[in-house]
Write a protein of this length. Structure first.
Ligand SMILES: [Zn+2]
Length: 74
């Protein structure tokens, strides 16, 4: 029954991909700090200095933070 085996393989691959996606979404990479510049983990552009002054541990720029908050329904 090659069809069944193919289907099982495909399902396994999808589950692995889903688990990977999940892991990538939940584990945030460490902040990339160079010369006092913090790189946004969302779009990899430097976070505005005003934002860092207001929130020194910010991991995202204001645009990405807004998107993230909307995604969580806030
Ligand atoms: Zn960003």
């Amino acid at each position: 029954m090659p069809d069944l085996i193919d289907r099982a393989k495909e399902m396994e691959m999808r589950q692995r991909q889903a688990a990977l996606d999940n892991a990538l979404q939940t584990t945030e990479p460490p902040q990339d700090i160079q010369d006092g510049v913090v790189i946004c983990i969302g779009c990899t552009t430097p976070i505005e200095i005003d934002r860092l002054n207001a929130k020194p541990n910010a991991a995202r720029c204001i645009q990405c933070q807004t998107i993230e908050e909307r995604r969580h329904g806030r």
